[in-house]
Write a protein that binds this ligand. Structure first.
Ligand code: MRU
Length: 334
């Protein structure tokens, strides 16, 4: 991704491996500053994923892959390292896909590098397929951050927008702020700004207003885990946006690589939903919302039933929910 550092445009990745350390753009600090977090062992990887130094399904997978390669080089107890990293966050399937991939490849550094390169290339392909769905002057809604920061580069939901913009189509993006962690307002808006794509941040509860007014004609979001029937988990608030899109006849696309599809689950019912600390909801910039003795509930994801999905944009092409069996075979053959 392009990043403006002191007036100079530089290319940077969200995650990389250098001198036996896993380097991460600290996503808790964006957009205020670009700081690099260096993970030196599997406990640091656990900390980084759990506390969202790195977040977004594919980026979590890549971090785990590099983390296991690093742990193996450090001669850590690999059973313990796998257990620690697996317990960091439950919902994104990429984490478990990456761990299985590394187990099957003896935790080698070259395998982790291949995993990271492949996911980056897959995201670019998602961008190319997704670009075919975007027309000049489209007004596109997105939720959370499914951009370069959430992968290594390109992104999933944002990749089609980036390619559409680079190919000269003028587009406008409605960015849901995405309470409570504000991945939309902080991360997606920052990425669009770096790329020179026009956008406005909207309050989470404003999407219906803009849809009903005819201001939004397309929605593209990412996913954390997709079941065999097309039900999918994504950032909390995605479900209501999908329902609103259907009511307003707006196509609703989910962009995700093969590594996010969990074909072992028939429906979305079995997707584990992470419940995060109530303080993410209760505290804003160190001040407390509501009464001192008040409590909050904080599910990090919701599951959208497949009937609200127009199609999935993947590196293998674009598939309607009823066509996912075909995608399953393609992933299997790969
Ligand atoms: O809690 P987060 O920020 O990790 O949630 C991220 C999302 O919900 C993204 O939309 C999803 O991981 C897709 S990222 C390409």
């Amino acid at each position: 991704m392009k990043v403006n550092i002191n007036g100079e445009s530089k290319a940077i990745l969200a995650v990389w491996f250098e001198e036996n350390q896993v380097k991460l753009i600290d996503q808790r600090k964006i957009p205020e500053t670009i700081e690099i977090y260096s993970a030196k062992n599997s406990d640091d990887i656990y900390y980084a994923i759990k506390n969202m130094v790195v977040r977004g399904a594919p980026a979590i997978g890549v971090t785990a892959a590099y983390g296991l390669a690093m742990a193996s080089k450090n001669m850590e107890d690999m059973e313990k390292a796998v257990k620690t990293i697996s317990s960091s966050r439950p919902t994104a399937y990429d984490l478990f896909k990456a761990i299985d991939f590394m187990k099957a490849n003896n935790f080698s550094e070259s395998a982790a590098r291949r995993y990271a390169l492949e996911i980056t290339e897959r995201s670019r392909k998602i961008g190319e397929y997704g670009n075919t769905l975007i027309q000049a002057n489209d007004h596109i809604l997105t939720h959370c951050n499914a951009g370069a920061l959430a992968v290594v580069d390109w992104g999933t939901a944002l990749a089609p927008m980036r390619i559409a913009h680079d190919s000269g189509k003028k587009i406008f993006v409605y960015v849901d702020e995405t309470r409570p962690r504000l991945q939309g307002a902080k991360l997606t808006a920052w990425e669009l700004q770096q790329e020179g794509i026009d956008y406005s941040i909207i309050a989470d509860n404003a999407a219906g207003y803009f849809m009903k007014n005819g201001d939004i004609n397309l929605a593209i979001v990412g996913a954390d885990r997709i079941a065999a029937n097309g039900d999918f988990a994504n950032k909390i608030g995605t479900y209501e946006k999908a329902v609103l899109a259907k009511v307003n006849n707006i196509p609703f696309y989910v962009a995700a690589p093969g590594s996010t599809f969990d074909f072992s689950l028939k429906t979305g019912e079995g997707i584990p939903i992470e419940e995060r600390d109530e303080n993410e909801v209760l505290m804003v910039n160190n001040s407390r919302l509501g009464p001192a003795e008040g409590h909050a509930k904080n599910p990090a994801f919701d599951v959208t039933p497949h009937e609200y999905v127009t199609a999935f944009i993947t590196e293998y092409g674009i598939f309607r929910p009823e066509e996912l069996r075909k995608l399953h075979s393609l992933i299997h053959e790969d």
